[in-house]
Write a protein that binds this ligand. Structure first.
Ligand code: SAM
Ligand code: FES
Length: 350
C-alpha cells in the first residue's frame, strides 16, 4: 500500500468523507494491506457503536412474481422457467409466528413487484403483525411504489424499507434495467421513503456487469450524501435464465473491502453480511462481519418455496428449516467472536 492510500484511509476514518476521485483511487489501489487496515478501522468503528452484537432479521420471501425485468434477476418477469409462487397473508403470519418463537424481532417482507400485494392487502397484514408482535419491526422490500402507497404502508405500521439503488451511475443503471425503469424514479422513491419517515436502506451488487471503480466511487459518494440507515451490498451472481448468465460473479474480497469503506463512511449504519456473500464463499458472511457488517438475515420463508426465490444460481439456505438457519448463523457469528441478539435492532443514532 502506498503512502497516499494510507493517508486516504486515515482521512476516511476521521472525516467519514472522501472526494469522488479519492474513492476511485482507494478502490483501484486495493491490496491486502489496504484491506486489512480498512477492516481493522471498520471493526473499531462498528464496535464503538454496536459492540460485538450482530442484529438479525427474519427474511420472508413473499412472492417471486414480478412485473419488472431487471436484467440480472432470476425472477424477472420474462423468465418463463421460473416456477412462480405467492404466499398468502396467513402463510406470512405463520412465518412471523415461527420467527418470533426463534427470537426474531424484525420481519422483512421481500418480493417481486407483484400486483396482488396492493395496499388493501398489505396494510391489514402489517397492522396484524404489529398488533400480534408489538415489540417487532416490520421491514418492507417490495420495490417501487407510489409515494401515497409508501405513506399508507408506513401509516399501517411499517418501520423500514429496503430499496437498493443498484448503481448511482445513470448510464450503468440503464444497462442493468429495461427501458421501462429509470434511475430518476429509483432515486425519487428513495427520497420519498426518507421523507415519509421510514428507516431506509439502499445498496448495490458488487461486480454487476459494467461496474467500474468510477461507478463504485459514485455509489460510495451517494451513500455518504444520502445517509441511509441501512445498506445492502452483496456480490452479483449470475442466473442461468438471464441475459447476464455468462458474466463473472462479484468478488468476495472486493465486497468486504467495500463493506469496510461503507462502515467508515457511516459508523452507525446497519450493514448486512448477505446471503449472496455466503453463496460465493463458504465463510463469506463471517468475512463480511469481520470487515464491518453487523446484520444477518436468515431465511424464514416456508421451505417449500425457498428454491423458487432464485435470484441467482446456487443460492444457499434453500433446504433448511428456519430454526436450522438461525442456529447455523448463530454458530457462525460465535466462531468469529460475535453474537446474535434478540431485539428489533434499530439503528443507533450517534
Ligand atoms: N423487488 C424488490 C426490489 O426490486 O427492490 C425486492 C426484491 S429484489 C430481488 C432484491 C435485490 O436482489 C435487488 O435489489 C438486487 O440487488 C438483488 N439481486 C437480484 N438479482 C441478483 C443477482 N443475480 N445477484 C445478486 N443479487 C441480486
Ligand atoms: Fe423484480 Fe427481480 S426483477 S424482483
Amino acid at each position: 500500500m502506498n503512502k497516499n492510500i494510507r493517508t486516504l484511509i486515515q482521512a476516511l476514518a476521521e472525516n467519514h468523507s472522501l472526494t469522488l476521485d479519492e474513492y476511485e483511487a482507494l478502490i483501484t489501489a486495493r491490496d491486502q494491506e489496504a484491506a486489512d487496515l480498512l477492516a481493522q478501522l471498520a471493526r473499531t468503528a462498528r464496535e464503538a457503536v454496536y459492540g460485538k452484537e450482530v442484529y438479525t432479521r427474519g427474511l420472508i420471501e413473499i412472492s417471486n412474481i414480478c412485473k419488472n425485468d431487471c436484467l440480472y434477476c432470476g425472477i424477472r418477469g420474462s423468465n418463463a422457467n421460473c416456477d412462480r409462487y405467492r404466499l398468502t397473508p396467513e402463510d406470512i403470519l405463520a412465518c412471523c409466528e415461527e420467527g418470533y418463537a426463534l427470537d426474531f424481532r424484525t420481519f422483512v417482507l421481500q418480493g417481486g413487484e407483484d400486483g396482488y400485494f396492493t395496499d388493501q392487502v398489505l396494510c391489514p397484514l402489517i397492522r396484524e403483525i404489529k398488533g400480534r408482535w408489538p415489540d417487532c419491526a416490520v421491514t418492507l422490500s417490495l420495490g417501487e411504489r407510489s409515494r401515497e402507497s409508501y405513506q399508507r404502508l408506513f401509516d399501517a405500521g411499517a418501520d423500514r424499507y429496503l430499496l437498493r439503488h443498484e448503481t448511482a451511475d445513470e448510464a450503468h443503471y440503464r444497462s442493468l434495467h429495461p427501458p421501462a425503469m429509470s434511475f430518476a424514479r429509483r432515486m425519487e422513491c428513495l427520497r420519498d421513503l426518507k421523507e415519509i419517515g421510514y428507516q431506509v436502506g439502499c445498496g448495490f451488487m458488487v461486480g454487476s456487469p459494467g461496474q467500474t471503480p468510477k461507478t463504485l466511487a459514485k455509489d460510495l459518494k451517494f451513500i455518504e450524501e444520502f445517509q441511509p440507515d441501512m445498506c445492502g451490498i452483496g456480490p452479483f451472481i449470475p442466473h442461468r435464465d438471464t441475459p447476464f448468465r455468462d458474466c463473472p460473479p462479484g468478488d468476495v474480497a472486493l465486497t468486504c473491502y467495500l463493506l469496510s469503506i461503507i462502515r467508515l463512511i457511516s459508523p452507525a449504519i446497519l450493514l448486512p453480511a448477505t446471503t449472496a456473500l455466503g453463496t460465493i464463499h463458504p465463510t463469506g458472511r463471517e468475512m463480511g462481519v469481520r470487515a464491518g457488517a453487523n446484520v444477518v438475515m436468515p431465511n424464514l420463508s416456508p421451505v417449500a418455496v425457498r428454491k423458487k426465490y432464485a435470484l441467482y444460481d446456487n443460492k444457499i439456505c434453500t433446504g433448511e428449516e428456519s430454526a436450522q438457519c438461525r442456529g447455523c448463523l448463530s454458530a457462525r457469528m460465535e466462531s468469529v467472536g460475535y453474537s446474535l441478539v434478540t431485539h428489533r435492532g434499530d439503528i443507533k443514532k450517534i
